[in-house]
Structure formats: C-alpha cells, structure tokens
Write a protein that binds this ligand. Structure first.
Ligand SMILES: [Zn+2]
Ligand SMILES: [Zn+2]
Length: 268
C-alpha cells in the first residue's frame, strides 16, 4: 500500500475516534448526573468524585489532540499522548472504585458501559501509536545498567530501551541535604546518602537481582519497581503494563504484569 494512502487512512481513523470520544462524553454526563442526585454523599466528596470523572474525559480529549499533532511521527507528541491516555485510564480506575460503593444497578451498568467504550478507545489509540511511532532499530542487546557518571546510573527497559530507573545523588523536592535519589516507574524517593556506596558497588556488579534486594532491604518490600524477578529484567511503565488500584477513590497500590505474564505488586 502506498505511504500516502496509508497516511490518509490513519488521518481518517483518528478523526473517526471522535465518535467513541462522544460516547465517552455521554457516559461521563450520565455518571455526573448520578453523582449530583445522590443524597447520601457528602457535598465535598461529591465534588471530588465529579472532578475525577470529568478529568478522565478531558485527559482523553487531550490525548486525541496530541495524537493528531503526532500524525507525522513526531515522537514528542506521541509520547505526551501516551501519558494522557495513561492518566485517563488512572482516573477511570479511580472513579470506578468510587462508583462501586453505590451498589446499585444503575451505577453498575454505567461502569460496564464506560469500561466497554474506554477499552475500545485504548485499543484504537494503541494501534495508532504502534503505527506512528518510528521503529527503533536495536542493533545489539541492550545493556540494562548504564553508568552515566560515578554518581548517576540508569536502568533501561529491556523491550524499548527507555530509561526506567535513575539512581543519583542530589536533593529531592523536600530535602535539605544531599540524598541518594531513586526515580522509578511508579514513584521516586530519597534514601540516606550513606547507602550510596553500597548501591553503586551493587550496580557495578551488573546484577539486577542484587539491586532489587538492595531496594527491598532499604526501601520497601516491593523492591525495584521496574524489575521483574522472574525474568530478571527491567521494564518501563508501558512494558510492565502497570495497573493502578484504587480503594474508594484513594490510591492503593500498583501491579505490574511483565510481557511474559509475571504479575506482582510493584508499589504499595
Ligand atoms: Zn519499554
Ligand atoms: Zn517477567
């Protein structure tokens, strides 16, 4: 198929995504109405929950605008569009956890409808991302641990090469003194600077499982969030298929399911 024809088809498909987005808008309005008339709900909670529903919808609008801007394969726009889709998905999961407390048929139906439309949208976005993102040619196997300097290491995704974890010495937003900063796929945190030597020694061994053990010992049970112990590989947020879980609107934890299907809690 000619490249011009293919591109024309992509443009048409992306334009037609508006139909699905309109369906999402209709559901969004129905959910907002349901929340508005709910009498057992505190007014301030009502406001927050309505915002969650609306934000899901507006993130998808944003993702769509960015996808259109990325038709020519501009990676910057495509990457931002992916972030918006992912934020929309996060809001959706969040307000589902809120709606589930209603325990009535109408709310249940709305959840099912919204999920159906949203899954179609995600699939459609994903198809276009796959088609439009310029293919990276990986010539040799990726080095999972990259030394940038004595005090700065990066761990890269074994699928796409994206920087997934950064370890560095510096000041976090709330730090007065220099710390050992961990920047992962689910969160970042500041660890005591005195641990830096042990960590950098561990990184030098190029053994990811030891880095995971280090994080388990000094940070949390989940260890290195981007790491799948069964594969002994690092994945980015996208390739770890990270799924956030909410409990009545509040963040609970994040699961990762690696491309081989290994599932674990990566942040709690
Ligand atoms: Zn990746
Ligand atoms: Zn795995």
């Amino acid at each position: 198929m000619g490249e011009k024809k293919l591109k024309k088809e992509i443009i048409e498909r992306i334009w037609k995504l508006r139909d699905l987005i309109k369906d999402l808008e209709v559901i969004k309005d129905k959910i907002v109405d349901l929340l508005r008339i709910e009498q057992d709900l505190d007014e301030s909670i009502k406001k927050v929950w309505i915002t969650d529903v609306k934000e899901c919808y507006y993130r998808i609008i944003g993702a769509w605008e960015l996808l259109r801007a990325g038709i020519d394969g501009k990676v910057k726009y495509l990457e931002s569009s992916k972030i918006f889709v992912s934020a929309g998905k996060s809001r959706l999961t969040q307000f589902f956890s809120e709606l589930k407390t209603f325990d009535n048929e109408k709310a249940e139906r709305l959840i099912i409808n919204a999920k159906e439309i949203f899954d179609k949208l995600i699939q459609a976005f994903q198809n276009e991302f796959d088609l439009l993102t310029p293919k990276k040619i990986i010539e040799k196997p990726l080095e999972p641990i990259k030394k940038i300097s004595e005090k700065n290491y990066q761990l890269t995704c074994s699928i796409c090469g994206e920087i997934s974890v950064i370890f560095t010495i510096g000041k976090g937003t709330l730090d007065k003194d220099e710390k050992l900063i961990f920047n992962g796929i689910t969160h970042s945190t500041s660890l005591g600077k005195e641990l830096a030597e042990e960590l950098f020694m561990t990184l030098k061994t190029k053994d990811l499982s030891k880095v995971h053990d280090f994080m388990k010992k000094y940070h949390s049970n989940e260890g290195l969030d981007a790491y799948c112990p069964e594969c002994d590989k690092v994945y980015c947020w996208e390739h770890y298929n990270a799924e956030e879980v909410f409990d009545i609107g509040f963040y609970d934890c994040t699961y990762g399911i690696c491309p081989k299907g290994h599932r674990r809690i990566i942040d709690d």
